[in-house]
Write a new protein. Sequence first.
Length: 186
Amino acid sequence: MKRHRNIATWTALVAALVGFACTTRPAEAGSARELERSGRAALQSLYASTPSAKILGSKAKAIIVFPSILKAGFMFGGQIGEGVRLQDGRVTGYYSSVAASYGFQAGIQKYGYALFFMNQNALDQLDATAGFELGVGPSIVVVDAGIGKSITTTTLTSDVYAFIFNQRGLMAGVGIQGSKLTRIDK
């Protein structure tokens, strides 16, 4: 009986944390200027640590950088963050990234990710939707260390490539499949 009460207490506590995280914006995503600055800094850091990201960046039609995503959960989970879209070095939009999940999970984590849109068709799909769901539209490849080492300008065949970076916190696994990107005003 007591164990059941402890599980219920933990579930309620984590649900409240997830609810709070999903209703507040991460501190780094305050103003458009702050979001642009942190997005550009995150992208430069990614380029410095991952040469294949720099290769993709030189060929991408657009890049959306989410410098800070907050993920929390216990059985039920959620993640939220804001990002900046860059094309030819200029800011062309701002986006929110939101996802919910259910399953074996517990903890809280902060990370960033960058999406490299490699062709106009993928970019057109992003622009044509009120909410772009990752894993539903164009083909997306989440780049890990193994794939990253084999990327060259001649091996780029997917519509969108994703890099996850700056993972901090305690949570088993991180993913962006099922995340919904929505254009926002800043």
